[in-house]
Design a protein around this ligand. Structure first.
Ligand SMILES: [Zn+2]
Length: 240
């Protein structure tokens, strides 16, 4: 059975619409993973920042605890030495013990100084923690929502791409042998489609202008004409 040019064109119009949709969905699927990865990085950066600050506070608190313990032992030691000193017989021994006690008291002073510095650092880290938490409260949910939306869009696009590719595969065999080969050849060369719609008098494949008389012929959709600039088969349909 002979397939008329008008029939071929009817199928080519269906095919080019599928091709455009395939290109759009593939483009989305190519760019989505890096967008999703960026969102994931932003989210995990927030979590890491929070954890880093919590770790810093925990470190400072344990440093403070160690120092406090040390001071307590040193004070016990000082009190014991003070009692021992009372039992000493000679002035020399008494003075020596006094020096030792003096030395220990200085050390305790130094350590108490250090504790104050640590407490300042803890206060600063806690302030920072509040800031991080506030930012997480206001931003993290939004980032997660966007990531989930993108995940869902990827799923939908993959599904629709599969459907549309199946539909196209079912239309192709309806084309006449010659037109199908021509279509496949141009598709391979161009990557998007072997066909282009004519909008006004502009080829939608390469956006070059088609002479008015030729454009008029193309709009009749009853003969196979190609774009002189890009080689795609030109058809005409109004975009819904
Ligand atoms: Zn063109």
């Amino acid at each position: 059975m002979m397939i008329s040019a008008a029939e071929d064109i009817g199928f080519l119009i269906q095919i080019v619409q599928k091709d455009y949709e395939i290109v759009t969905r593939k483009k989305f699927l190519e760019t989505a993973p890096s967008k999703i990865a960026d969102l994931e990085t932003e989210i995990s950066k927030m979590d890491e920042e929070l954890q880093k600050d919590l770790d810093e506070i925990a470190g400072l608190e344990s440093e403070q605890k160690n120092l406090s313990g040390k001071i307590k032992l040193q004070n016990d030691d000082i009190n014991k030495k003070k009692l021992d000193r009372e039992k000493l017989k000679t002035n020399k021994e008494y003075r020596a013990m006094g020096n030792e006690i003096e030395y220990l008291l200085d050390k305790v002073d130094e350590e108490e100084e250090q504790i104050l510095m640590i407490l300042d650092k803890i206060t600063a880290a806690e302030k920072e923690l509040e800031k991080i938490k506030a930012r997480i409260d206001s931003e993290k949910d939004g980032l997660l929502d966007r990531k989930n939306e993108l995940d869902e869009e990827v799923r939908v696009n993959e599904e629709k791409l599969q459907i549309i590719e199946d539909e196209k595969i079912r239309i192709l065999p309806h084309l006449s042998e010659k037109v199908m080969r021509r279509y496949e050849r141009i598709l391979k060369a161009k990557g998007d489609s072997g066909v282009a719609n004519l909008a006004g008098d502009v080829c939608q494949g390469c956006f070059s202008r088609v002479p008015p008389q030729k454009a008029h012929e193309i709009r009749k959709n009853d003969q196979l004409l190609t774009c002189e600039d890009c080689g795609r088969i030109l058809v005409y349909y109004s975009k819904a």
